[in-house]
Design a protein around this ligand. Structure first.
Ligand code: SF4
Length: 281
């Protein structure tokens, strides 16, 4: 059995930057004695979040829970005004909003200011999407599929921005549906390159694999998208968070086992899975 890892896969620039900012926040805590908090889970990886909590980082749902301290904004970003509001109250803010997410926020703000009705392609309720939506004004809708588009006046001017981890295939379908109904559709393809490269590499490996292992948080949007893409090419696709979940029966009669990992999966988790698979040969 051969283990084939998709390249690239695993922790992206934005996640590594967020983890590095948490280290900076802990250093600041060491100097000031202030407690480190993250606004929501820093990344969508339960194992990493647990490790951060054990190191002393507290997860808060709202900046309003703090009177003082150190607040880390995660790579998914925060609702418009939250970081500035916290700073105004004397809280030390480390803003780890990924630059790709910030670009989507700014695009939503600019297109909404042009008077466009905003369509956000993404998962409703996902923190990145809710943050982007907060920049898109009152006239905005979040959809995942073209069928979810509301009834619009055909003269409406439309702006489209995309959750950074969506698939290009889904975006293509939504753009086609919008352009079939409206003359003026401004599209900002804000899918980040890290996502696109990971999806392309995962598909390429899944197409030649007998079984495919996708590593990452079950609450991670980009990992879920990798699983969906791999399932389309390889029936025996399994989504796991850690090496301990590997079931030997998945590997029966496999010549090639593919491995990929979401953008919030640390290298050490990937190494552990590959070691487990190599040990099962
Ligand atoms: S997946 Fe892309 S947008 Fe999300 S944190 Fe990584 S680099 Fe940034």
């Amino acid at each position: 059995m051969r283990v084939e890892r998709a390249i690239p896969s695993g922790a992206c620039y934005g996640v590594q930057r967020a983890l590095s900012m948490v280290d900076d926040a802990f250093a600041e805590s060491g100097r000031t004695g202030l407690r480190v908090c993250t606004l929501g889970s820093l990344i969508h990886n339960p194992i990493v979040v647990r490790e951060l909590e054990e190191a002393g980082a507290r997860v808060v749902d709202s900046a309003d829970e703090l009177d003082s301290g150190i607040l880390v904004i995660r790579s998914h970003g925060a609702i418009a005004g939250v970081a500035d509001g916290a700073r105004a109250r004397g809280i030390i803010v480390f803003d780890a909003t990924c630059p790709h997410v910030a670009k989507a926020q700014m695009a939503a703000s600019r297109l909404a200011a042009e008077g466009r009705f905003m369509v956000i392609l993404g998962e409703a309720g996902h923190p990145e999407v809710e943050a982007i939506r907060s920049y898109a004004g009152e006239r905005a809708v979040v959809i995942q599929e073209p069928e979810e588009l509301p009834e619009f006046d055909s003269n409406e001017r439309i702006g489209l921005v995309v959750q950074t981890t969506q698939s290009q295939d889904r975006l293509t379908r939504v753009v086609a549906a919008l352009k079939a109904s409206f003359d003026d559709v401004a599209v900002e393809n804000t899918i980040c390159s890290a996502t696109r490269f990971r999806q392309e590499a995962a598909l390429s490996v899944a197409e030649q694999a007998d079984a495919m292992i996708v590593i990452g948080g079950r609450n991670s949007g980009n990992t879920t998208r990798l699983r969906e893409i791999c399932e389309g090419a390889c029936e025996r696709t399994h989504h796991i968070e850690s090496a301990a979940e590997i079931d030997p029966s998945w590997l029966v009669d496999c010549e090639v086992v593919g491995v990929t990992a979401g953008a919030s999966t640390p290298q050490s988790h990937i190494d552990a899975v590959i070691a487990e698979l190599e040990g099962s040969k």
